[in-house]
Design a protein around this ligand. Structure first.
Ligand code: DGL
Length: 270
């Protein structure tokens, strides 16, 4: 097995960098190829059919880079297309829903869990199903929070505007007595401070990004695909729209410089 091959990751745009950051932390030795479909973001407001089509196109591109594992970093794409992608490829595929759901189940003491995400993620019921498949007695309260994505993209991750919006959205869920809240969207980990303030310290926030990075390590290890040599680590980025904004906002998400980035055209013919 050539375990020096890169890990392929795709997201609808910049948000998946929260997952990539955790991959860098968890697996610093591994090379990565990140694809951000910036020309077609956001996925969270689109139909499952459209998101699935986009996911297949992203997968085909990453396959051309000879990856050893595919990570669907986008919660929306994981919610609606993970199974179809898994069934169509011969390498392991890791999504963000199951790792987040597992962590939520281990976290909750009172069996009341909240889930927030994009409209498409919440509509798909993916988190509720994943949580209930582990423990059917857990009550799940889910809520779409669509404004959080543009808020984070604007860099308004704290301060009064973020707090008012979070407070308004979370009002309903806050009084359900949940002790665990799943941040079911790539962008939400950047709002942790505000969300924690609004929900109160007793509510445990689950960051799917951290859980997903751990899951990738587990999958690679179980298949003996962890990189063992100490060759150069490649960290390449591809986007479907011009790279300028991605680099500017992305470096903030990632907390480090984006050195290699290229705009590509996806093959939409198949
Ligand atoms: N990446 C998406 C998610 O995690 C958020 C942005 C979008 O709507 O495309 O659901």
């Amino acid at each position: 097995m050539s375990n020096g091959k890169p890990i392929g990751i795709f997201d609808s745009g910049i948000g998946g960098l929260t997952v990539l950051k955790e991959i860098f932390r968890e697996l610093p030795n591994e090379s990565t190829i990140y694809l951000g479909d910036t020309a077609r973001v956001p996925y969270g407001i689109r139909s499952p059919e459209t998101v699935t089509r986009y996911s297949f196109e992203n997968t085909r591109f990453l396959f051309s880079k000879d990856i050893k594992v595919l990570v669907i970093a986008c919660n929306t794409a994981s919610s609606v297309s993970l199974e179809a992608i898994k069934n169509s490829v011969s390498i392991p595929v890791v999504g963000v829903i199951e790792p987040g759901a597992k962590a939520a189940v281990s976290s909750t003491r009172n069996k009341k869990v909240g889930v927030i995400g994009t409209e498409a993620t919440i509509r798909s019921n993916s988190y509720t199903q994943a949580i209930k498949s582990i423990d059917k007695d857990i009550e799940v309260f889910s809520l779409p929070c669509p404004l959080f994505v543009p808020l984070v993209e604007e860099g308004w991750t704290d301060g009064s505007i973020a707090e008012i919006i979070a407070d308004t959205y979370l009002m309903d869920i806050k009084y359900k007595g949940i002790d665990t809240l799943v941040l079911g969207c790539t962008h939400y980990p950047l709002l942790k401070k505000v969300l924690s303030k609004v929900m109160g310290e007793k509510v445990n926030l689950i960051d799917s990004a951290i859980e997903t990075a751990k899951e990738i390590r587990t999958v690679l290890k179980s298949l003996s695909l962890l990189r063992t040599d100490t060759g150069d680590v490649i960290r390449n980025f591809y986007v479907t729209d011009s790279p300028e904004r991605f680099v500017k906002v992305g470096e903030k998400f990632l907390g480090e410089k984006i050195e290699y980035i290229k705009k590509i055209e996806l093959d939409t013919e198949a």
